[in-house]
Design a protein around this ligand. Structure first.
Ligand SMILES: Cc1ncc(COP(=O)(O)O)c(C=O)c1O
Length: 431
């Protein structure tokens, strides 16, 4: 990055310091990962210069021949990866992919049924501070407080809630739920109440692509994702259909009068519906990441992500911590710190002094506010990308326990920080 150093040393210094932070600390934020150098090179390429509104072969700008190739590669690879009939790789982020779904399937005021944000859901699934809760009538299902399904979704309750509120769209997917979903059960509820079914697999896309978790595509009317979490690509979003179908809203093509396919409505919802020009450098970087995810070693990586999460959860449990729902089926877990008398906020700050990066997170039925919380969310994708193994994650749990047992003790933070640096040095980032 010699040009940047020369022209703008201030920004170059920010980037250099961030690289050191990423190299030296333990990254346990469940939604983060480390992309390959190849993905970064594509993301930092001359494709950022190109305007390409529209789709490959149907652009509103000239000079799109090469970006068309890149977008077609991204589309073909994504379809192969997920066994999808159709994808749109243009959403700038998970939130904009979700916005396109609302635009294609709902009218303002229609009812949506999604997982409660306070129980692990996402802002874009109907939170009152997000467009989804402001423009649509958002209703929620949640997880169980106790009993055999503690911390899990009870499908009988989802059905009761769906029958009561009669949603037009049911969303599945979460940002802090450590269990897999029963898509067939969701679909039968959606069919019973006449709702569309949407899975937002932002967190688990890599684990779904590698068939280590249940596959939503055969059951859902539409699927959205981010490309930067377990999928380990550049930041971005994507929409997918397991199979394409005629749109159920009677929308016809102007000249022929034929019913438009749902994929056409979704394409239009992305552009011109919610976005302008696509980020062609990011689309090329997505293509690179999809190519990586198609390789057998990506499946091994995802297997390790899950094994590492299970080992870490088991270690915390043996140290006396409560994990919401008792464990994890995927890449993340929610640690309830209530019995330790530490809030999520204090834990996040204390761990950060030891250079262990986590995020505070509400636990279901939390008595603390979202800015304080009673828990933290932990994920294994990023550090697994660096090569850490089961025994390392067990050790991380013990290191974290030392900090959480003495959250204001600077001596403990410093000692743990030293061990964190040594551990990270053994697994270099971008060696
Ligand atoms: C389930 C879910 N959907 C959507 C998003 C939004 O993704 P983005 O931050 O790319 O807009 C997230 C991000 O955390 C998420 O967890």
């Amino acid at each position: 990055m010699s040009a940047l150093h020369e022209q703008d040393p201030d920004i170059a210094a920010c980037i250099a310091r961030e690289l050191v932070r990423q190299e030296e600390g333990l990254e346990l934020i469940a939604s983060e990962n480390f992309v390959s150098r190849a993905v970064m090179e594509a993301a930092g390429s001359v494709l950022t210069n190109k305007y390409a509104e529209g789709l490959p072969g149907k652009r509103y700008y000239g000079g799109c021949v090469h970006v068309d190739d890149a977008e077609n590669l991204a589309r073909t690879r994504a379809k192969e990866l997920f066994g999808a009939a159709w994808v749109n790789v243009q959403p700038h982020s998970g939130a904009s992919a979700n916005m396109a779904i609302y635009l294609a399937f709902l009218k303002p005021g229609d009812t949506l049924l999604g997982l409660n944000l306070a129980h692990g859901g996402h802002l874009t699934h109907g939170s009152p501070v997000n467009f989804s809760g402001l423009l649509y009538n958002a209703e929620f299902y949640g997880v169980e407080a106790d009993g055999p399904l503690e911390g899990r979704i009870d499908m009988d309750k989802v059905r009761e809630q769906a029958l009561a509120v009669k949603p037009k769209l049911i969303s599945i997917g979460a940002s802090a739920y450590s269990r897999d979903f029963d898509y067939a059960a969701f679909r039968s509820i959606a069919d019973e109440v006449g709702a569309f079914l949407w899975m937002d697999m932002a967190h688990t896309a890599g684990l779904i692509a590698t068939k280590l978790l249940n596959d939503p595509l055969p059951h859902c009317h539409v699927v959205s994702t981010t490309t930067h979490k377990t999928l380990r690509g550049t930041r971005g979003g994507m929409l997918l259909l397991g199979k394409d179908y005629e749109n159920p809203f009677g929308k016809t093509a102007p000249k022929s009068g034929r019913l438009k396919m749902m994929s056409e409505l979704l394409d239009s919802a992305v552009f011109p519906g919610v976005q302008g020009g696509p980020l062609m450098h990011i689309i090329a970087a997505k293509a690179v990441a999809f190519g990586e995810a198609l390789r057998p070693d990506f499946r091994e990586y995802c297997r390790s992500v899950m094994a590492n999460a299970k080992a870490m959860a088991a270690e915390f449990t043996s140290l006396g911590y409560r994990i919401v729902s008792g464990g994890t089926d995927n890449h993340l877990m929610l640690l309830d710190l209530t019995s330790r008398n530490v809030t999520g906020k204090v834990a996040e700050e204390a761990l950060s002094r030891a250079e262990i990066t986590v995020n505070k997170n509400m636990v279901p039925f939390d008595r603390n506010s979202p800015l304080v919380t009673s828990g933290i969310r932990l994920g294994t994708p990023a550090m697994t990308s660096r090569g850490l193994k089961v025994e390392d994650f067990r050790r991380i749990a013990r290191l974290m326990d030392r900090v959480l047992s003495a959250p204001i003790d600077e001596g403990v933070a410093a000692a743990v920080r030293g061990e964190v640096h040594a551990l990270c040095k053994a697994y270099p980032l971008y060696a």
